[in-house]
Design a protein around this ligand. Structure first.
Ligand code: GDP
Length: 311
């Protein structure tokens, strides 16, 4: 998979503004588009399903196909997270959707997450959702969102955010609040044209940072992250550079990427994609997996212990 055919995004939304409904509609419509385009995609057989059954973590990440582009949607905690998860998610994506209710406008609780995205330099598409509501006030909502961006020190490019008006409920969207089309195509088009693809070197030595960890009863620890450089193969032998300065050989078991709401096993993954690996034994957040011939750690990630959580 070429980096040009990938978009890694996060959706920032206040609770109830419609994130779940939107992702569901995107999934549904991307399948419809696929059927219409007769794209030859391998249908999962029972072996695949069997293989995937063991992997139960991170079911909230979703991958959507649109016109040959894979849109990975990385789930974002909607609140300030003391474990640093928001920051880590923002390091995995290249752009974000800010989903805002057309009546309520942006809510203060999403500021923390938005700030992380803006500081990371990400471009933002503002999606004004629930435009079908009777008392929707799209102009007010866009202006308030703009003020918020300025307050938070967004750069000029970020302040020129495109706006998509949507009704996630009916699966419609538009660049014009008064003329909704009956599909989410305008939103998909904006995602693939406005948000950048991962800027990565697919042919360089392998490098990936363990960014999120999961555990599966059958497969043990699962390491999730964005493949920073190169490729990772099933059963590949890599070097694990640990945060504490130690290192050890680590052999990959299975390699998974996302498809729809499922993870699907692949022989090889390429830089830019969000992947999950099994078989590596105990890995810590921020550890780097590298090519043993070219050991090179990625910058450490600050992880605060949950015990530091303040009440
Ligand atoms: P989340 O908490 O952000 O995931 O929000 P949900 O997707 O669960 O939506 C919250 C509520 O808003 C639900 O009752 C949805 O049916 C409703 N909702 C979501 N999108 C729309 C929309 O476009 N228009 C209207 N009228 N309601 C919506």
């Amino acid at each position: 998979m070429k980096p040009q055919d990938i978009r890694n995004i996060a959706i920032i939304a206040h609770v109830d503004h419609g994130k779940t409904t939107l992702v569901d509609a995107m999934l549904r419509q991307s399948q419809i588009f696929r059927e219409n385009q007769q794209v030859d995609e391998r249908v999962m057989d029972s072996n695949d399903i069997e293989r995937e059954r063991g992997i139960t973590i991170l079911s909230k990440n979703t991958a959507i196909q649109y016109k040959g582009v894979k849109i990975n949607i990385v789930d974002t905690p909607g609140h300030a997270d003391f474990g640093g998860e928001v920051e880590r998610v923002m390091n995995m994506v290249d752009g974000v959707l800010l989903l805002v209710d057309a009546v309520e406008g942006p809510m203060p609780q999403t500021k923390f997450v938005l700030r992380q995205a803006l500081e990371r330099g990400h471009k933002v598409i503002v999606v004004v959702n629930k435009i079908d509501r009777k008392n929707a006030r799209p102009d007010y909502v866009v202006n308030t969102t703009f003020d918020l961006f300025v307050d938070m020190g967004a750069n000029d490019e970020q302040c020129e955010f495109p706006v998509i008006y949507a009704s996630a409920l009916t699966g419609s969207s538009s660049k014009d609040p008064h003329q909704l089309t009956s599909t989410l195509e305008p939103l998909f088009e904006e995602i693939i044209s406005y948000l950048p693809h991962p800027q990565v070197d697919v042919d360089g030595p392998t490098q990936m940072q363990a960014t999120l960890l999961g555990y599966d009863d059958y497969k043990g620890q699962i390491v999730v992250g964005r493949l920073h450089r190169g490729k990772i193969y099933r059963n590949q032998s890599l070097l694990l550079l640990q945060n504490d300065g130690d290192s050890r050989r680590a052999r990959v078991g299975q390699v998974f990427t996302h498809r729809g709401l499922q993870r699907t096993e692949v022989e090889v993954a390429t830089a830019g994609d969000i992947i999950a690996l099994t078989g590596l034994g105990e890995v810590g957040i921020g550890d780097t997996l590298t090519d043993p011939e070219h050991p090179e750690a990625l910058p450490a990630i600050k992880v605060e212990e949950p015990t530091l959580r303040m009440t």
